[in-house]
Design a protein around this ligand. Sequence first.
Ligand code: MG
Length: 287
Amino acid sequence: MRLASVRLNGELRIGMVDVGDDSVFVSSSLVATVDDVVRGLIGLDQVFSVGERIALEDADLAAPVSRFNRDLLCTGWNYLDHFYETEGKRSDGKPPEHPNFFTRGPDSVIGPRDDIAWDPELSQRYDYEAELALVIGLDGRSIPEDQASKHVFGVMVANDVSLRDLQFRHGGQWLKGKSIDRTCPLGPWITTLDEIDPSDLEITCRVNGELLQSASTAQLAFSVPRLLAELSQGMTLRAGDVILTGTPSGIGNARDPQIRLGEGDLVETGIAGLGSLVNRVVRSSLL
Ligand code: MG
């Protein structure tokens, strides 16, 4: 199934997406959100008894999940071509033997068609990063690789928008440059693993129609099961956690000349079979 969060009459509803006819069945229920479904707190039969079908293009989609347990959990340099394109920006040029993890703040999350907040007073170096995102559906600690898929509720698309000057200004870490409000589109909906195998899907990012990132999730240096096994080692993952799995090459910061997102740019981030995020970069005061 494909579960969306739909804003309707000022409230957040659960939507069941039908990509065959580009529609979404929006539940009338207000007792639960997609977050509750992900956590197994409510059954879909309790949610979808009454509702209305609307065209996907008319649906006001929010980020599929919004009740975060904590920061989004993120992976760095998980496509080797991206690792090598950022060579010289790290002290050690060897590919990592273990995944590189960091987090980004939940207030950075926006819906799949929402505007990316762009404040040139805050940063001059907004960059894009197309990524496969995982939604955890079952708590677990020290999860073996062969059990990993049981803990994934579904997958979706993310754009791990990064403010490179803030990233490098504060100790060369990632938290600050990736936690700015309204800079991380998620969605457009969650696709469960019975619908799709996420291990070899085309992933792309276009800015104003120009293809700037193009890869396959098969190029992940550390697979989804390996990421879950290493991240959960001694550390409980909770239903509702979101994990970003890293971006392929082609980011704006590694290009010559560099590409920086600016006012009015249209950013399209897609993964085959999972849908696309379409976000306009819009001037906003964040100070
Ligand atoms: Mg990233």
